[in-house]
Design a protein around this ligand. Structure first.
Ligand code: FPP
Length: 250
């Protein structure tokens, strides 16, 4: 389940089978704070460095022909962090997109947001809505930022929407099936992730896409997000390609 250490890693890009690339890769980008602490820097320095990793990872995902890259950028629980850190994190989309949007457009990337947008500060909303609008006609990699996202709350909202339809006689209880529920989620228009990556050595989902990850392959690495490089991403894909996905079959 864990990645190999850097010492015995002999990951070669040429080993990657381009006809078996995971279509949807979801990443829990973790370890920014620890990266900064190790260097005696404030936590936010780790988030700043983490943006460079995003740029690299998007380029690489695009190169391999990944269809959807979901990045867990801010969870509904992250509001509990100290206020200056929350404010810094909320400024990141603006900082990242003001610099990167031209390249994203050039790379035919479509930016998308999953999460409760209405609760974001105006400046954050404005930055992401601009990026979403300006890339809406691109048909390459979907770069899906999970921003103010929490899976349990998403599912509760889905259940409420189903209940309302049942109450209004627009839906019968027998019609409630997996597709019906999936259709009520914020990710209703995206295929489920095939591969989940989490950096920094933590082995948990932290309220991330609990329904959508039902059949995903999981890959965890001790590497902290700011240190996550091309060879780590290659290793994750190679491990995925060496797993057999059975979806409950034999
Ligand atoms: C987890 O590290 C990381 C986050 C909560 C934020 C991740 C966000 C980015 C890398 C940038 C987002 C950019 C855009 C464009 C939306 P942590 O702070 O939990 O690290 P720790 O576990 O070491 O404390």
């Amino acid at each position: 389940m864990f990645s190999k250490t850097k010492h015995d890693q002999s990951v070669m890009e040429r080993d990657i089978q381009l006809d078996n690339i995971p279509k949807h890769i979801a990443i829990i980008m973790d370890g920014n704070g620890r990266w900064a602490k190790k260097r005696g820097l404030p936590r936010v320095a780790g988030h700043r460095e983490g943006m460079n990793t995003i740029r690299r990872t998007v380029r690489q995902a695009n190169k391999y022909g990944v269809k959807i890259l979901t990045l867990y950028a801010f969870s509904t629980e992250n509001w509990k962090r100290p206020r200056p850190e929350v404010e810094f994190l909320m400024r990141l989309p603006e900082r990242f997109l003001s610099k990167e949007l031209p390249e994203l457009i050039e790379q035919n990337v479509r930016v998308r947001i999953t999460g409760e947008k209405d609760k974001l500060p105006e400046y954050t909303k404005r930055a992401v809505e601009k990026a979403v609008a300006e890339t809406a006609h691109n048909d390459g990699l979907i770069l899906n930022f999970a921003l103010n996202y929490g899976s349990r709350s998403e599912m509760i909202q889905g259940i409420q929407s189903i209940c309302r339809d049942v109450k209004d006689n627009n839906l019968s209880i027998d019609e409630i099936d997996e597709a019906c529920f999936t259709g009520r989620l914020m990710t209703h228009d995206l295929d489920d992730p095939d591969l989940l990556i989490r950096t920094s050595g933590e082995i948990r989902l932290s309220n991330f896409m609990l329904w959508q990850l039902a059949y995903a392959e999981f890959w965890f690495t001790n590497v902290l997000w700011p240190d996550f490089k091309e060879d780590d991403f290659q290793e994750a894909i190679l491990v995925y390609q060496n797993r057999q996905r059975r979806y409950g079959g034999v």
